[in-house]
Design a protein around this ligand. Structure first.
Ligand code: FAD
Length: 547
């Protein structure tokens, strides 16, 4: 780290804190309260003498179908972000829902004397240690085998799945019945509990809402160890609290997910723009049209020579002749990505006409129309193709300082001008995804925090850092860049909200939730009064004790 950057870091507390955490986390002697300005710090702080050891040894007395492992748990101190490493004291490998409720009830009954916290770990694709528990217990949700997936056909088809199930498995199982979930994430090797604790947003969300709006029922183990079934009609407050609730109110052990007819094929289209205003106008047009595409997303490419090869990595266009001749010359380009579902035996010609008509309403650079046709599964599982390539090159397990923002439509052009025009000089560290969604189609009763406008954009900066690099592809540079982006949003008062939020102080969390903060705190005290759950989110520490 150079001395110039060090002095910069000193002026920037958040980055400073992050770097310090990366360097020193392994040296922390005991669980640390990471919220320095914690207004709850005046509440009971539990005794710190060897109560953790006493609590831990008592776990061995529990009768379980699965088991605890107390050693060799370093894998549970890692996640996709590769930035934070909190070593747990034990990992529970549950075989039944009762294993989870027995464990949590036991910790709850120990009361304030126990410092144990519990983190559900789905596929650990979090970025900032959200599924980790420093000296606590990590529950390996993928080992929960109590529930076999069950597809129910009929007028309102659905599938019952375990909270630790991967979305890719749900896709394959439901397709056997000609059905599939309607709302997805871009990558399917994530668990149901992990995405429902956040939102689950992809290019279908403008039409169907995020994944949290496509759930009929949940089974949840609360922070008191109670097993509760909840839905819109039954224990509705817990249902909406848990959806988008960052794991704070309960562990999702089962979910009933709404399904729809699955198409067999997709027509996959990409076009390019050189003006952000034209690009975003077309995106907004598509998400507001009645008979539109089934999926709408977009990317930003800044100063990437050889753009097309990279840009097409998971996409083999059928009709690239004209487009192949297009060269980017390092210009900033915006790529609009659209998909139309279809079945080969049905109205293919009708579909072609629909697509032609939709495309005729757009103002992209005419010579940049890329078309491809792939199966529905190939399309949905597209990121896995890139994952395999990156794994083969040893580039999957590098640090991922990702930043996901929700920016209101009224401020997106100001945002784009500063971020894509000034702050970022290239996008070679990873893709930037950008697309608008239509909140009027979303259910606003969940815990998810969004900007206060009907249409807002998801902007995802998906950077990978080259380990040990001190250049523009290194972690330090990317973290500083992320901070500049966040600072700009704050200074320009864009009304931006973080998606997959990450904050270090109580004030920041309070600002994030805004008027929903009081509700969030009240729900916490109802469902997890000892603040046992999801310590890795760093919203409530164990010092938050109400009993
Ligand atoms: P984990 O990281 O294991 O857990 C996340 C949080 O949820 C933790 O706080 C954890 O304690 C809690 N949790 C886990 N399981 C449960 C449970 N059963 N009950 C209660 N709480 C639980 N997100 C999108 O919305 N759209 C995308 O397109 C998208 N693409 C992605 C692509 C990649 C390559 C990656 C790495 C992530 C992507 N994400 C996307 C983000 C992803 O949705 C979240 O990081 C999600 O939390 C990951 O799921 P997971 O199973 O790995 O959860």
């Amino acid at each position: 780290m150079g001395s110039a950057s060090l002095s910069f870091l000193k002026q920037n507390n958040i980055i400073h804190l992050k770097i310090l955490m990366i360097l020193f986390l392994s040296c922390i002697p005991d669980r640390t309260n990471l919220c320095s300005n914690n207004s709850f710090a005046t509440l009971t702080v539990p005794p710190r003498f060897n109560s953790t050891n006493i609590s831990l040894s008592s776990l061995e007395t529990l009768t379980l179908d699965g088991y605890f492992s107390f050693e060799n748990n370093h894998h549970a101190a890692k996640d996709f972000g590769n930035l934070y490493h909190f070593l747990p004291s034990a990992v529970l490998h549950p075989k039944s829902v009762s294993d989870i409720s027995t464990t949590i009830r036991h910790i709850f009954k120990m009361g304030s004397a126990s410092e144990l916290t519990v983190a559900a770990r789905g596929h650990a694709h979090s970025i900032q240690g959200q599924a980790q528990a420093h000296q606590g217990i990590v529950i390996n949700m993928e080992s929960l085998q109590g529930l076999k997936m069950q597809v129910h056909t009929g007028d309102m088809p659905y599938v019952d799945v375990s909270g630790g199930e991967l979305w890719i498995n749900i896709l394959h199982e439901t397709l056997k019945h000609g059905l599939a979930p309607k709302s997805w994430t871009d990558y399917l090797h994530l668990t149901v509990g992990g995405t429902l604790s956040n939102a689950g947003i992809s290019g279908q969300a403008f039409q169907h809402g995020p994944q949290i709006n496509n759930v009929y029922q949940l089974e949840v183990v609360t922070g008191k160890g109670e097993v509760v079934t909840c839905s819109e009609k039954q224990n509705a407050d817990l249902f909406y609290a848990v959806l988008g609730g960052l794991g704070q109110f309960g562990i999702i052990t089962r979910a009933r997910i709404s399904l729809g007819p699955a198409p067999k094929m997709v027509k996959w289209i990409r076009v390019l723009y050189s003006e952000f205003s034209t690009f975003s106008k077309d995106q907004e047009h598509l998400i507001s049209s009645e008979n539109s595409f089934d999926y709408v997303e977009g990317f930003v490419n800044i100063n990437r020579t050889g753009l097309l090869n990279n840009w097409r990595s998971s996409f083999s266009p059928k009709d690239p002749l004209q487009a192949n001749e297009f060269t980017s010359d390092g210009r900033t380009l915006y790529s609009l990505e659209m998909v139309k579902y279809f079945n080969p035996d049905e109205t293919k010609t009708m579909n072609q006409q629909d697509i032609k008509k939709l495309l005729s309403q757009l103002n992209y650079i005419p010579s940049t129309l890329f078309l491809s046709e792939v199966s529905y599964v190939e399309f949905l599982d597209r990121v896995h193709v890139s994952e395999k390539k990156l794994r083969a090159k040893g580039l999957w397990e590098v640090p991922h300082p990702w930043l996901n923002l929700l920016v209101p439509k009224s401020r997106i052009s100001v945002f784009a001008e500063e971020i894509f025009g000034n702050i970022l000089t290239h996008t070679s560290n990873g893709p930037i995804i950008i697309y608008p969604v239509n909140q009027s189609k979303w259910n606003n009763k969940t815990s998810l925090v969004t900007p206060d406008e009907d249409i807002f954009y998801l902007v995802a900066f998906l950077s990978s850092a080259v380990p040990s690099s001190t250049g523009t592809d290194g972690l330090e540079h990317i973290l500083i860049q992320n901070k500049r982006i966040l600072d700009f949003c704050a200074t320009a008062q864009l009304g931006m909200k973080q998606y997959l939020p990450h904050y270090n102080t109580r004030e920041e969390w309070q600002t994030h939730f805004g008027s929903l903060w009081e509700v969030f705190v009240q729900r916490k005290s109802n469902y997890d009064p000892l603040a046992i759950l999801a310590p890795g989110q760093r919203i409530f520490q164990k010092a938050v004790r109400t009993s």
